[in-house]
Ligand binder design. Sequence first.
Ligand code: T1G
Length: 696
Amino acid sequence: MERPTVTDPIVILEREGPVGLIGLNNPPVNAASHALRVGLRDALHAFLEDREVRVIAVYGVGRSFVAGADIREFQTGRKPPLLSDLITEIEGMEKPVVAVCHGNALGGGLELALGCHARVALPGLKVGFPEVDLGLLPGAGGTQRTPRLVGLKAALDLIPTGKRITGEEAVAIGLFDTASTADPRTAALGAAHAVIEGALPARRTRELDADIDPALIETAKAKAAKKGHFTAPQRAIEAVAAAALPIDQGLAEEVRLFKECMEDPQRAALVQAFFAERAVAKIPEKDAAPRKVDHIAVIGGGTMGSGISTAALMAGLKVTLMEVSAEALARGKGTIEKNLGGAMKRGKLSDAAHAAALTALNTTTDLSALAEADLVIEAVFEDMEVKKDIFRRLDAVMKPGAVLATNTSYLDVDAIAAETNRPGDVLGLHFFSPAHIMRLLEVVVAQETLPEVTATGFALAKRLGKVGVRAGVCDGFIGNRILAHYRKVADYLVLDGAAPQEIDRALEDFGFAMGPFAVADLAGLDIGMMTRKRLAPTRDLRERYSPIPDRICERGWFGRKTGQGYYLYGDREGPNPAVATIIDEERAKAGITPREITDGEIVDRYMTAMIAEGARVLEDGIALRPVDIDAAFLFGYGFPRFRGGPMFYADTIGAAELVRRIEAYAEEDDFFWRVPPLLARMAADGTTFADLNERG
Ligand code: T1G
């Protein structure tokens, strides 16, 4: 038979002498969908009945073995045969079944391999149990068979962590039996013959014992507890501990704990986060052909410019960094070299890739040296006149077809584009600091931006390993516009009676890695001060204004970089008592008697403001869908992943309750607290943000 291709049926059967070959063919990742499970079951039964067949071999067609259960089924419901039942049936079969794995064997895919009687790893294979990243645990026997094959310690290194290892590592720890360098189908034939000749032992994993040391279980639980809010790792460890029981009891315990995970709100949120990262690539311009980008130019070697350059160099792009002077250039280059060295130390960059990155970096103080770059990113300080001047000069220098991008975090990209004779080639590429680490990239589409230029921005995001989110032009685009709104709630809460540290703690308990005041101290309070000065001329005087941040900045207290801000740093740690005095003074001036504010109220007000501005961002067409706002906050603002994103979280509250809250808050401040028309309509007709995602 011709070598199977992905255009063939979902499961391909071939008999080669005494070997029954089964090719799994469910592109793009061979997810174990219902159709795949039925096809696999029927193929196995056919070969069990075929007297000529002595050994069965299962392999993946296309780019991968099975990458896991079909996550989409979690929302639609799973139909028999369940993967766990099919795997247990395979393990009990009279004829040996061999799994030959390439690409990814993850989650249920790895569990399928563990239910087979021998496992072969092909070059480039990645295996692991990413279930915990989805709020789940291996629910098809993985928690029971893994410790039996590799021992408890290695099992606990894999299962509660979601860690992925190579095929070679899997062979080394005994999760796989051997390796081959042939293509999947050839390797499957070879492995089957090796079993027939006795060169490759076939055995039932269930017949092995697991040595479960309770002390190791406790250690793993303590380690998992450090991950804070995530519930799945603890349940996964409990399931592994059940491997001390006879396997059928252990499997039953695994099913019980898996069901607990399925019912936990974290699972739906984490699955949403998984799909959000991919949904945002579905943009109106997705069929436009992106322009080729192999060489990018970066103007500005400060924090952002050097971070962007680092990200591009790590992705294998050629980079020309431009600065205004040799000294500034040297500083920028030094930062890039430090970033690259750090990435190599963290194992994010191989030695060879590190060396290649350094070679791919060019530097110049001459704008004309950028002419041949495919794309240029302007990353100088946030001054519109400076940016306009740069884009006028770029327009005269850059080759035809080059993409001209600005990294501005809030300025009007239309106005910048209008300074050129090629506004179609202009867009915003808003990176988040540190740009070589933060995954969010807002692709800001201006009025004149051509579809293929937008597509080029998204192709660059993917090349850099970032999550590109399409944004329209407004002050702050998606993330910073929403942040500017809900951040005011934190200041209002301080005026009304909550201490900064109480607000930080309440929001960290909600799941944020850091509260807003700790973040402000880290970023530098002077940044907020400059934003307030920029916005002062246009600030609406009806808006409530807290003078507390200005009082703190007037003392030169800019947070971590000056040793004090809302908190003390260095040898004196904790909340800054001098700030508490300022707060008391400003409350007194405003005639405010501080009131008790609970953690619940802090979270409710903060999140309600975030969601309300998100709804306005949707109404204004700045974000395509609610999921784009979720992705922006998950990948750019440290929003807790186990809550799925602000708009996903909003659906757990409901539009009617959100409207009620805003109306109640508006009784004290009807300027800041206004019900967005979209939210009012959703409350009236019962629409959810998930519905709006479906409508696209
Ligand atoms: N189910 C359904 N769809 C999936 C999928 C899955 N498991 N994995 C990927 N997709 C879709 C994805 O949404 C995208 O769709 C397309 O495939 C390409 O994915 C019982 C219960 C395998 C490393 O968690 O890590 O098994 O956007 O862009 O970059 O114990 O996909 O094109 O419409 O990510 O090459 C455990 C999740 C499930 C693996 C490939 N398995 N997937 O990365 O492609 S739970 C996972 C990945 C489980 C059992 C339990 C990656 C990948 P669209 P992609 P990629």
